[in-house]
Design a binder for this molecule. Sequence first.
Ligand SMILES: Cc1cc2nc3c(=O)[nH]c(=O)nc-3n(C[C@H](O)[C@H](O)[C@H](O)COP(=O)(O)OP(=O)(O)OC[C@H]3O[C@@H](n4cnc5c(N)ncnc54)[C@H](O)[C@@H]3O)c2cc1C
Length: 820
Amino acid sequence: MAKINLPERAQYVIVGGGIVGCSVAYHLAKMGHTDIVLLEQGQLSCGTTWHAAGLVGQLRSQPAMTNLIKYSTELYAQLEAETGLATGWKQCGSVTVARTDDRMTMLLRTAAAARAQGVEVEVISPSEAQEKWPVMQVDDVLGGLWMPSDGKANPTDLTQSLAKGARMRGAKIIEGVQVTDVLTKDGAVTGVVTDQGTIEAQVVVNCAGQWARSLGKMCGVNVPLHSAEHMYIVTERIEGVNPDLPVLRDPDGYIYFKEETGGLVMGGFEPQAKPWAMDGIPDKFYFQLLPDDWEQFEILLENALIRVPQMEHTGVRKFYNGPESFTPDNNYLLGEAPELKNFFVGAGFNSMGIASAGGAGRALAEWIVEGAATSDLFAVDIRRFANFNNNPTWLHDRVKETLGLHYAMPWPNRELETARPFRRSALFDRLAGKGAVFGSKMGWERANWFANEGQKRETEYSFGRQNWHENVAAEHKSTRDGVSIFDQSSFAKLLVQGRDACAQLNRICAANVDVAVGTTVYTGLLNERGGFESDLTVLRRNEQEFLLITGSAQPVHDADWIRKNFSKDAHVFLTDVTSAWSVLAVMGPKSRAVLRKVSKANFSNATFPFGSSQEIDLGYATVIANRMTYVGELGWELIVPVEFTVGVYENLMRAGAEFGLRDAGYYALDGLRIEKGYRAWGRELTPDITPLQAGLGFAVDFAKPDDFIGKAALLAAKADPAHFNTRIVQLVLEDGAAQLWGGEAVSCDGAEIGEVRSAAYGHTFGASVALCLIEAEEKITADFLKNHRFQIDLAGVKYVAKAYLRTPYDPKNERPKSED
Ligand SMILES: Cc1cc2nc3c(=O)[nH]c(=O)nc-3n(C[C@H](O)[C@H](O)[C@H](O)COP(=O)(O)OP(=O)(O)OC[C@H]3O[C@@H](n4cnc5c(N)ncnc54)[C@H](O)[C@@H]3O)c2cc1C
């Protein structure tokens, strides 16, 4: 084979010529960055892209992902006109049907959420569904959704068209070149080695599909994905099937259909998938398929025959079994790798790469050029995972479940079941022995709620009240009126040390952290737009040492953000110490009395005020006590060396018995927090929301001598009344029986105005309570909230709610509806 002439250097090298790599090249080029080389080991689309079914459906569990696909549909609709290459795009719309009441509820909830995002959607009856899709039988269908702007495309043609759009603007796309190594220097990428020579590069983008994990391994970057087999069949012609037929999804049967040359493409997402390539992907796996597996396909076929009985008498033209890469949570992996500067990843597309490539390619191109995500993309941010998520045995066991999640019922609080238990706190066994029902966050097993003696230790999912409602009511009440203990060991803990630690942190934090030793500061970490990159508490341990306590999901993300913002020559070091410390939160009005029994420390307000921390004795242990609360009551977070945790816990339980101290879990914690109006990162606090909009202006110190990231944007926002047209507000339902979960649409005087970001039953209020993001055409003030009528759409039924800028719950004031 003749040697290919490679350029010696390029600003951007993209590895992988599937639809995602081509989309990144297209968007970089469109942004005016043309020094691009895309390398493909085989031919464009030869990996996974060529055998995709080509469905482009916009409804996704995460709003950010729906938004990106919405852009894909717009791009695909006009690409052919731009490049002259056909894409096979057809806006045929889609029908999704429900076989059960619960599925219908889910569709109604989704419809409301989709509308809130500007996606056109209509609720239809079984007969209307059949009108749009005449070849299906609907005897068992309860209703459905019609989404006119969904469509389908030809994945190979689309990829070629994107590649042409990139080439037209100067990008070089080179096939038949395999990247064999990644070059690095001083923690940054410097180029790639290929089987045809070396290319120096400022930026390398890993779009290598199911090969992306091994490409990452070449340079110490974790790309947690695993291949699984994914299948569909193409039938012979079927009477009544024509090119205008919409895509049909029947998630209760795990299946989808699309027209192809007068027949049907029928595939789906079986509940138990089949992992593939445990020992690595075979060499030169280009334009290849895996053997037909009718046994694995059986569950899909059985369901297809129910929906389209004509298939019983229709021949199968081809069985497609192709491998695709899946991630631990069914969302893809995007962004700059925290392990290596200028090395970006766009991979792990979980069988939605065709639909997502347009939006994801643009988002990644912007991320590369701007140096940070330009909108809230944490749902797909590669920094939501850590090195332990890249364990091959764990990935293998987990992806069996993730493929099926596409059509599994997205129950509120649904927990993944595979590859668990994964990370266990020191108290895991003890809490299990006391009836804990565990959920999982960042791999940690965390008690969600505690079952009573003899009660089934399992969450029974539903869209209404779930089986733990009364258990959590008791945990909630115990915290408000007595005292509870929460195992919050999953909190991420980052230690920042060094001569410049204080100055560096003060530039990264919006609040002033140059405070007396022993002070605890709540602060946001803001981006240049003034939006939240994180919110956390900072404990000043001594002159040159700060302990940062942040959300369980954020250790990699926050550590990366902070490190990236340290000045180059500063004397400052960050270490993730999460695994060294447990956190036991003792919360409630009687917490002081409990702690007094186990420690000689002085817990009075005068010597241990809110927002301070001290090293204290606790039985035989020495722990850090931090006077903070996430539930809105008197309490201390005890930061305990892992090896002392069991002893401290036993001691507290013994001493607390006379005060009614009891265990409480994360469901109670969430309800208590939302009732109190505390905002959470990733829910209310996102990179697009400022502290001013979130009602957290108190945690910003405009007067501190040091400048801080986001200050200029916040000052400008403060002076702009329109900035306050968007706000986080609390809504409390008037109806005490309805159950909110989050994601519901909010309306103001009948018109949609926003969405519920988090919600729970507020047991003190005796009603569901929600923290919502709303956007009005005028400044949102307390008067605005008082003078308008707010409703929340709960699966098509609108519930009236009272809206507040500040929670009406305050332990010092009279409670709105006191239980005692
Ligand atoms: C049966 C099936 C049906 C599907 N149906 C749909 C659907 O209807 N809708 C939808 O949205 N998605 C669908 N998908 C998913 C979709 O096909 C993928 O998500 C998408 O193609 C992924 O694109 P990619 O660019 O990330 O990966 P790929 O297409 O695999 O591209 C990665 C490329 O990188 C190259 N590469 C790897 N390593 C190197 C290296 N070291 N050097 C140079 N080149 C390298 C590979 O050769 C490959 O071409 C389906 C998938 C399957 C299996």
